[in-house]
Write a protein that binds this ligand. Structure first.
Ligand code: FES
Length: 344
């Protein structure tokens, strides 16, 4: 399939904007196993179509990236076979690529219904409850990177490791399990300890968190690895942070399991998520959170995006501007960046 340049199928997929894709995803969501239900929604927020289109249309890409205060690796084209590694369905990626290739070859200029495409390709790939999420990812990846890049590899994946090597039912159960509270642990109340798993593909990728502690604060206590060597945004722990006051957008995370075990979204976090462009939704306990704001009331499993930025107003428009009271000098600088981004 490597000689595909712009198939009719890709042209048909390009008719739909991000809202249409999210609506299609919503309609297939009930058929997706719980192991991947949040994960696929998170993936769609980690790789937003409208942001990609905005960057593709930029006259000066470097200036545009700077203007959106973007840091890290946001280019899906460099992560075609890895961006989805936090989905259980990742193991079906080669089959999904192959099934999408078959669909391109059989496509005959008919009308495309995105949800129907997701369903039929998922069914052709295996148990659709387990393949639907990764199929939706596959179609959106094709839409964003184009067939020529999409089919360069067959998408072979490493053998599943860590929590993701278990069955879907076990994964869902283990994500929110409480760790042992130790001797006389039953007497613990406010100092009760829970667990944050930050990468389900690794065996020991987790840290402890105390009741009502913010995720970023707990992450900073774990100095078991050279986080800065892994990612220059990781100045404190495994989760990138800068301001700790909802001002920069660096610490956003997806919650694949245990969203109900985090504190409710406060108005500041909700407003800032719109400014950043992270598509958090209106729920009290959504699947995208700021780690410096969300505190734990139980165990959670998260996924850390490879990038951050401030693109809400420029890409989506009409974002409420928030007046912040920065806690640090660094936060004041970040507020300037955000204000600049909102004004331009
Ligand atoms: S660290 Fe800046 S928003 Fe959380």
């Amino acid at each position: 399939m490597s000689n595909i340049e712009e198939s009719k199928y890709e042209t048909a997929l390009a008719e739909y904007d991000e809202n249409a894709w999210l609506a299609a995803l919503d309609s297939v969501l009930p058929g997706i196993h719980e192991a991947d239900r949040n994960a696929v929604q998170i993936w769609f927020r980690f790789f937003p179509l409208e942001l990609r289109k905005y960057l593709e249309e930029a006259e000066n890409l470097e200036e545009t990236i700077h203007g959106l205060a973007m840091q890290g690796d946001f280019d899906l084209a460099t992560q075609i076979d890895t961006s989805h590694k936090f989905l259980y369905g990742s193991r079906f990626w080669p089959k999904v690529k192959s099934a999408i290739g078959g669909r391109i070859e059989s496509f005959n200029d008919e009308n495309v219904d995105l949800a129907a495409e997701m369903r039929s390709i998922a069914e052709a790939t295996g148990d659709s409850a387990l393949t639907m999420g990764i199929t939706a990812v596959g179609l959106m990846t094709l839409r964003q990177v184009g067939g020529e890049a999409f089919f360069v590899t067959d998408g072979a994946q490493p053998a599943p490791k860590g929590l993701l090597a278990k069955s879907p039912a076990e994964i869902v159960k283990i994500r929110t399990e409480e760790p042992s509270q130790g001797f006389l642990g039953f007497l613990k109340t406010i100092d009760k300890e829970f667990r944050v798993t930050w990468d389900e593909t690794e065996k020991r990728a987790r840290f402890k968190i105390i009741f009502d502690e913010e995720i970023a604060t707990a992450a900073a206590r774990d100095q078991s690895r050279n986080w800065l060597g892994k990612d220059e945004r990781c100045i404190e722990g495994v989760i990138p942070v800068e301001c700790r006051s909802a001002a920069c957008g660096t610490c956003w995370v997806g919650v694949v399991g245990g969203a109900e075990n985090l504190t409710d979204v406060e108005p500041l976090e909700r407003k800032q998520m719109k400014v950043f462009g992270y598509g958090q939704g209106d729920e009290k306990k959504p699947f995208i959170r700021l780690a410096c704001q969300a505190a734990a009331e139980g165990s959670v499993s998260i996924v850390i995006p490879p990038w951050n930025g401030v693109f809400g107003k420029k890409v989506y428009g009409n974002v409420d501007k928030v007046v912040l009271e920065p806690a640090t000098t660094s936060a004041a600088k970040l507020r300037e960046t955000i204000d600049d981004a909102l004004e331009n």
